[in-house]
Design a protein around this ligand. Structure first.
Ligand SMILES: [Mn+2]
Length: 244
């Protein structure tokens, strides 16, 4: 029996180089996720995604089968693009039984209007990154990339990962965190009391006073060392660790 609760995860950065994280995720699906009705994956599920024609590779294949098994037994699964896996497409969703979610999306979460985002669009102090984001989210750029051979796209993905880690080295923690005004704007634009996002890898519950109303912002953990997730039901939300 699945209980009426919703789980949120993000930033697993699943990759063939991190088998422990994959195992932790598979255990999470068979554990906490098998007990509830809904799972939201808010971006950077994969460390990189070179196109849905890579589905037969071992890692995507394992993950798709595991998601599918839960979807087939009643788990509603939604997935949002992150800044690593923005090429995840319809074929992935069809194969895994998941639903692609726009960034941002406002949902009614157990009675509370809740805004869901990956979180990178809130990091407006990082101008170089926002430039990059505009490029990779451009449908024309994505089509051009997807038209290239798979092997070439794998190389490109590796290069982009290297460039991202070099770029991060030169940036301060403040630049890479969310901008307070961007957060306030998001709350205002969607007129909601709650926001859930990932991306910054700084799990926490923040309270923001926007237009005289208290709003809560939950930041999801990454899965590099251990895992973790946010569990929400009609009573509220809580961050939980998941060591597998
Ligand atoms: Mn991210």
């Amino acid at each position: 029996m699945r209980v009426d609760a919703t789980l949120f995860i993000s930033d697993l950065h699943l990759s063939p180089d991190a088998p422990a994280t994959l195992n932790r995720f598979l255990a999470f699906l068979d554990g906490p996720a098998s007990q509830v009705r809904r799972l939201y994956i808010l971006g950077d599920f994969f460390e990189s995604w070179v196109g849905d024609d890579d589905l037969p590779s071992p890692l995507p294949d394992t993950v798709v089968r595991a998601l599918r098994a839960q979807a087939d037994t009643g788990l509603e699964i939604h997935i949002m693009h992150g800044n690593r896996d923005f090429l995840l497409g319809k074929d992935f969703c069809l194969a895994s039984g998941t639903h692609l979610l726009a960034d941002p999306t406002l949902i009614e979460l157990h009675g509370t209007p809740t805004l869901l985002m990956h979180g990178d669009s809130l990091c407006t102090d990082d101008l170089a990154y926002q430039q990059f984001r505009l490029q990779v989210r451009n449908p024309a750029w994505q089509q051009a990339v997807l038209a290239r051979p798979l092997a070439e796209r794998r190389l490109l993905a590796a290069q982009m990962r290297d460039q991202s880690s070099i770029a991060k080295d030169g940036k301060t923690m403040v630049v890479m965190d969310v901008n307070e005004e961007a957060v306030a704007e998001a709350f205002r634009n969607h007129d909601c009391p709650r926001l859930i996002h990932g991306h910054t890898h700084r799990p926490a519950r923040h309270v923001h006073l926007v237009d005289d109303l208290e709003r809560e912002r939950w930041v999801l953990p990454d899965w590099y060392e251990t895992g973790g997730y946010l569990k929400c039901d009609s009573l509220g939300c809580q961050l939980l660790a998941w060591a597998g």
